[in-house]
Design a protein around this ligand. Structure first.
Ligand SMILES: *[C@@H]1O[C@H](CO)[C@@H](O)[C@H](O)[C@H]1NC(C)=O
Ligand SMILES: *[C@@H]1O[C@H](CO)[C@@H](O)[C@H](O)[C@H]1NC(C)=O
Ligand SMILES: *[C@@H]1O[C@H](CO)[C@@H](O)[C@H](O)[C@H]1NC(C)=O
Ligand SMILES: *[C@@H]1O[C@H](CO)[C@@H](O)[C@H](O)[C@H]1NC(C)=O
Ligand SMILES: *[C@@H]1O[C@H](CO)[C@@H](O)[C@H](O)[C@H]1NC(C)=O
Ligand SMILES: [Cu+2]
Length: 505
């Protein structure tokens, strides 16, 4: 654990601490300009097709917000390429790893039915991709639509830039007639879509151009590793239409809370005076893991991260004088789940298997900080991923060591329930659960000293990680493995590219 710890500390210093003068010339070459224009949709085909992408990884030094740091990029861009497909298509993404370190890519929110080994979680679904080698991930988008993202799942590598959005378009999207253009903004590490002002207040900000009278779908993705954001656009209400791949009954908000990895699609109507307006992604300092060993409290983090909504014909010249909405949003909490009503819902009523976890922090006998799930910190076995143990070595969940935090879900057609506790509770008020049309999402916030209940159908064979998405917490072991329908998994065939893809370090 010690190595992982210090590795993370180094990365954090890169992100949060500014102690040296910026000498680097600010280069524009790394911006992914694709993200500042309305999405150009992929060509439609009559039947589902394969959308091919190639990721070339490289390291460079870059100062997107005026603070220069070492970054790892996909195709020399930040954010990385926007992956797009239509419902039912297959993604085929070849990763060529030219980094001096190993890597692995995760496709956040993808069900990976029948392809769990392409989930990209090292030590769980597959081995890492060694420096100088490549791997082609191939998986179907069947049954999924909406807004997702991808990121490295190796160590805390995505903080350095290995991330990007992923969109599955839908010709039957009920909202298609309600907007004219489709934009993606991603608040992350004090930047919006790769632009921000850290120490250089003259740094260019992300600008989203709009035309009066038109309607814009904004897909907002928190691709950060630490920060909770509240997202808003001065003077413009936002109509929420999609939550992490699920269409919802549209509702209006002025401020959208987003914790790490959460996504929303909102429709914004350009119905105001033709000026410039602040787009705000305000970080809540009270939600940052503020361990003084991990974050330099003296650093001048810009909590008020901004971008610009600029009307065509605006005379503001890139300096809006607009005022923020003043409504109160409870920091570090989900958007009120009572507002989120999926358009189609058939939630499981009762659970056939209930699993509870108390999450906490502790220290190893050597004094190293650990994150615990039921008093057990997860220790990755990079040389022999769990999927391989199950599929090729015929191991059972009970054979896995306790540091694997593994639980078997064996009841085909059953319903799993996971109850996460922050604190020492043991029972919760079942009558307080909404079992008619609860939010359907892949990332939720467990409230301070509170609990969350998650239910899902046991129908997707694979080894899946259930983890905290705060990078600092996952790196110190806040992760459990759900071994779903292992017998069915064993009857699937591991592709040669994965089977032959063993760790060489
Ligand atoms: C961190 O904070 C704790 C408690 O607030 C304090 O005791 C400790 O000295 C601090 N450590 C450093 C390195 O500043
Ligand atoms: C950030 O914005 C809030 C609300 O607009 C304001 O109260 C606060 O002073 C700002 N903080 C900084 C550091 O500019
Ligand atoms: C976690 O601990 C609780 C309380 O001892 C227990 O009921 C529960 O089954 C444990 N969870 C797992 C996954 O073992
Ligand atoms: C974790 O360990 C503490 C201290 O030994 C104990 O009191 C607590 O019940 C344990 N929690 C779980 C969920 O097992
Ligand atoms: C539980 O909530 C408290 C209060 O907000 C927080 O300090 C603590 O870090 C939380 N525990 C975990 C494991 O996130
Ligand atoms: Cu993720």
């Amino acid at each position: 654990m010690r190595t992982i710890n210090s590795f993370l500390l180094i990365l954090l210093l890169g992100v949060f601490v500014s102690s040296m003068p910026v000498t680097e010339k600010r280069g524009d070459s790394c911006y992914n300009n694709e993200i500042f224009s309305p999405l150009v949709l992929p060509e439609k085909t009559n039947s589902p097709t394969t959308r091919k992408y190639t990721f070339k990884l490289s390291q460079t030094t870059w100062a997107p917000d005026g603070y220069s740091s070492a970054v790892s990029l996909v195709n020399s861009q930040y954010p990385g390429p926007i992956l797009q497909a239509y419902k039912g298509d297959t993604f085929s993404i070849t990763v060529e790893n030219d980094l001096p370190v190993e890597t692995s890519f995760h496709w956040h929110g993808m069900f990976q039915r029948g392809t769990s080994w392409f989930d990209g979680v090292p030590a769980v679904s597959e081995c890492t991709i060694a420096p100088g080698s490549s791997l082609t991930y191939e998986f179907s988008t069947e049954g999924q639509v909406g807004t997702y993202w991808w990121h490295s799942h190796y160590m805390a590598q995505y903080i350095d830039g290995l991330l990007g959005p992923m969109i599955i378009h839908d010709s039957e999207d009920p909202n298609l007639k309600d907007y004219d253009y489709d934009y993606v903004p991603i608040p992350d590490s004090g930047l919006i879509s790769g632009k921000g002002q850290y120490s250089d207040k003259n740094s260019e900000l992300a600008t989203y151009k709009v035309q009066k009278g038109k309607k814009y779908r904004f897909r907002v993705v928190n691709t950060g590793a630490y920060a909770f954001y509240t997202f808003s656009i001065d003077g413009h209400k936002m109509k929420v239409i999609e939550v992490e791949g699920t269409y919802v009954e549209p509702f209006e908000v002025t401020t959208l809370p987003l914790h790490i990895a959460q996504r929303y699609s909102v429709i914004v109507e350009a119905d105001q005076d033709e000026k410039d307006y602040w787009i705000r992604a305000t970080m809540s300092s009270e939600c940052l893991p503020s361990d003084n060993l991990t974050i330099n409290h003296d650093s001048k983090i810009n909590y008020n991260v901004t971008a610009i909504l600029s009307y065509e014909g605006s005379s503001s010249g890139g300096s809006p004088d607009s005022q923020a909405y003043t409504d109160d949003v409870t920091p570090c909490r989900n958007l009120d789940s009572k507002l989120i009503k999926p358009l189609t819902a058939n939630p499981p009523k009762d659970a056939t298997q209930s699993i509870s976890y108390t999450v906490s922090f502790g220290a190893s006998p050597e004094g190293v900080v650990e994150a615990l799930m039921n008093n057990s910190t997860y220790v990755p076995d990079y040389n022999n991923p769990t999927t391989q143990k199950i599929m090729t070595e015929n191991m059972e969940v009970k054979d896995l060591s306790s540091s694997q935090n593994a639980v078997g879900l064996n009841d085909d057609k059953g319903v799993a329930e996971i109850v996460v506790w922050n604190g020492t509770g043991t029972t919760y008020d079942k009558s307080s659960l909404n079992t008619d049309n609860p939010p359907i999402r892949d990332t939720t916030v467990v409230p301070s000293w509170g609990w969350s209940v998650i239910r899902f159908n046991i129908d997707n064979p694979g080894v899946w990680v259930f983890h905290c998405h705060i990078e600092w917490h996952i790196q110190i072991g806040m992760l459990a493995q759900l071994v779903e329908l292992p017998d069915q998994l064993k009857s699937q065939k591991l592709p040669d590219s994965i089977a032959g893809h063993s760790k060489i370090f």
